[in-house]
Structure formats: structure tokens, C-alpha cells
Design a binder for this molecule. Structure first.
Ligand code: HEC
Length: 98
């Protein structure tokens, strides 16, 4: 009982992720966290908050180092390097960040 109550009140990161979102979380921790910080909903040491980033935005940023047509970037800088090797992980990242 007590355990269930504690689990229920824990922060959202404790809720089980789908396999795809869990894969996205692992990629995020390994490849993105150093710049975007441990909590995607908050600005990191280098990069802005990216929680809720769409599949389209992630693909443009990660695969091509660009932005979707008409998208207004959160930052005018060009610090983030393209990471095209992660193309196959974009759907998982989108699941994790949604
Ligand atoms: C070397 C540091 C660094 C790494 C690694 C990095 N980013 Fe970024 N990211 C940035 C910075 C800085 C920006 C702001 C624009 C710029 O300067 O490139 C940014 C911008 C973004 C944006 C656009 C935000 C917006 O709405 O304008 C997304 C989405 C994003 N990053 C996702 C990721 C994901 C996902 C990963 C891991 C696969 C990642 N980034 C890895 C530094 C990084």
C-alpha cells in the first residue's frame, strides 16, 4: 500500500516508458544530455529545453542540422552539430520527448 502510494506520487520520470520512449531516453542521456541537461523540459548548460520537440523538428536538427520550413528556432546560434548517425533514433527520441 505505502509503496504504491509513494510510486503514485513520484515524479513523471518514474512512470514506465514505452519501449520506444525508453530507447529514446537512452539516446538522449548518451547523446543530448551533455548540452541539453538532465531534464528535457528545462534549459541545459548549452542547449534550450526541447521537451515536446516534434518528429519533424528533431529530424531537421539531428539529421540535417537545419530547421523545418517556417520554424522559428529558440536560439539564433549554430552551436549544435548535426548528428546524422542518429537518424534511425529520431522516432524514439520523439516518443521520449513528447
Ligand atoms: C554540443 C551540444 C549539443 C548536443 C550534443 C545536442 N544539442 Fe541540441 N542544441 C544545442 C544548442 C546550443 C541548440 C540551440 C541552437 C544552436 O545553437 O545550435 C540546440 C537546439 C536543439 C533543438 C532545437 C530547439 C528549438 O526549438 O529551437 C533541438 C530539437 C535539439 N537541439 C535536439 C537535440 C537532440 C535530440 C540531441 C541529441 C540527439 C541534441 N540536441 C544534441 C546543443 C546541443
Amino acid at each position: 500500500m505505502l509503496v504504491a502510494a509513494l510510486l503514485g506520487s513520484a515524479c513523471s520520470e518514474q512512470t514506465p516508458l514505452s519501449p520506444s520512449a525508453e530507447r529514446g531516453r537512452q539516446v538522449y542521456v548518451a547523446q543530448c544530455m551533455s548540452c541539453h541537461g538532465p531534464e528535457p523540459g528545462q534549459d541545459g548548460p548549452l542547449g534550450p529545453a526541447i521537451k515536446g520537440a516534434s518528429h519533424e523538428l528533431l529530424e531537421a536538427r539531428i539529421v540535417r542540422g537545419s530547421y523545418p520550413p517556417g520554424y522559428t528556432p529558440k536560439r539564433p546560434t549554430r552551436i549544435m552539430p548535426p548528428l546524422p548517425a542518429l537518424a534511425a533514433d529520431v522516432p524514439a527520441l520523439a516518443d521520449y520527448l513528447r
